[in-house]
Design a protein around this ligand. Structure first.
Ligand code: E4P
Length: 215
């Protein structure tokens, strides 16, 4: 399972990358706007830290998306072009697949959308589980449906669980066999923690103090 950070904050990427478990980063226009920094500069800094950085197109027509995809893909070999799940986006996905440009289809909310994006040649699809939870449904049900369908066919498209809100989303993503989860910084920081690890370390260190040892 690959773990990505869902952020446009370079310091947060550097911190989690130093733990030696980070496989990539996903950004989106909202996350980039929140940081208030230059988009290209941010993407390039992140590309130096991880092998896979999603940079989202802002055009809404296929031709515009394709132009942006070609431009972003020239920035760095670690760039993955994020394309929205629309019929125009499908055309751009096919174009990118033919050109060898890696893509991440964003805003996937149903199994038919997931299948269409995979058929159009998406490298990654991003179903947004948290936003489905937000409207009173269960986002992880969609991940279950996609993984069930993927088991029947030979899609090479990786399933990325996006819009993660809490560690339980990561646990469920792993149990369902999703290939990737993209995780906000505040949630990622919770993953290494367990109170029994802390009390266990304290007890070991306290007991070690009772042992006669040279230094
Ligand atoms: C994924 O690539 C998106 O950036 C992200 O997961 C969206 O999450 P949100 O619903 O918290 O905005």
């Amino acid at each position: 399972m690959k773990l990505f950070l869902d952020t446009a904050n370079v310091e947060h990427v550097a911190e989690v990358a130093s733990w030696a478990v980070l496989d990539g980063v996903t950004t989106n226009p909202t996350l980039v706007a929140k940081e208030g920094k230059d988009f290209k500069e941010t993407v390039l800094k992140m590309c130096e830290l991880v092998p896979c950085v999603s940079a989202q197109v802002t055009a809404t027509d296929a031709e515009g998306m394709q132009q942006q995809a070609v431009e972003y893909s020239k920035w760095h070999k670690h760039v993955v072009v994020k394309v929205p799940m629309t019929t125009e986006g499908l055309k751009a996905l096919r174009f990118c697949a033919k050109k060898g440009i890696r893509t991440n289809t964003t805003l996937v909310f149903s199994l038919p959308q997931a299948i269409l994006a995979a058929k159009a040649g998406a490298t990654i699809i991003s179903p947004f589980v948290g936003r489905i939870d937000d409207i009173g449904e269960n986002g992880m049900v969609l991940i279950g449906q996609i993984m069930e369908a993927w088991a029947h066919y030979k899609f090479t498209t990786e399933v990325l669980v996006a819009s993660v809100r809490h560690p339980d989303h990561v646990i469920e993503a792993a149990r369902l066999g999703a290939h990737i989860a993209t995780i906000p910084y505040e949630v990622f920081k919770k993953l290494p923690l367990h109170p029994l690890t802390d009390t266990g370390i304290k007890r070991f260190l306290d007991d070690w103090e009772k042992v006669k040892h040279g230094s």
